[in-house]
Design a protein around this ligand. Sequence first.
Ligand SMILES: N[C@@H](CCC(=O)N[C@@H](CS)C(=O)NCC(=O)O)C(=O)O
Length: 212
Amino acid sequence: MYKLYWSPGSAAMAPHAVLNAIGAKTELIKIDDEKGEQKGAEYLRINPHGRVPTLVYDGANVMYESAAICLFLTERHPEAGLAPRPGDPDRGLFLQWTAYLTNTLQEALMHYWHPGYFIDGAERQNEVSLKAEATSDRMFGFLDGVLKRSGPYLCGKQFTVCDAYLAMIARWTRKMAKPAVTHPEIARLVRHCLAWPPYAEMLRQQGIEQPV
Ligand SMILES: N[C@@H](CCC(=O)N[C@@H](CS)C(=O)NCC(=O)O)C(=O)O
């Protein structure tokens, strides 16, 4: 029913965990980003941006953008219970965190990992990366406070795909001087995701680990 194009530790982590949770028939197609396969002509035909993830569903329908894929899958498979349904009062909060995570926190991490997308010159790129490290730490500190005040999950009492998305982004900080898991509530949430079988299975399938 689904094909997921992914590379290890990429933004495909969250959709991959959701597909595991759904238990739908899925073909996992690895894109070797170290060999630059994401920029190869074959892959560019389905994702003209040359990035992962990409989801193919029901034959020939193609979509990309990790958060959009997560939303689409949770909507299509409400029985997985990974999102408040449309109309539920918690839906607003769920959409808020989905947008915040992909649009704000993930963007800071893009600046950290890929400063060259934003500015030229090694020295200036290093500055952008360092600034993004501080910015993302501030955001994780903010989210830590949210989890402490109104957790245990981002949407309160319901574990949603937002929590897995947050755990994915937290992994991207593992090489920082102050990784996201130095915030205690973020560490607790990441541990919860590591104990969630679909997330643990995704890490195993991708051949990666996640330090806490
Ligand atoms: N906003 C996109 C970002 C996708 C993205 O930048 N993916 C990275 C891996 S995390 C990628 O494919 N980079 C390869 C490249 O830029 O060449 C999403 O969330 O799906």
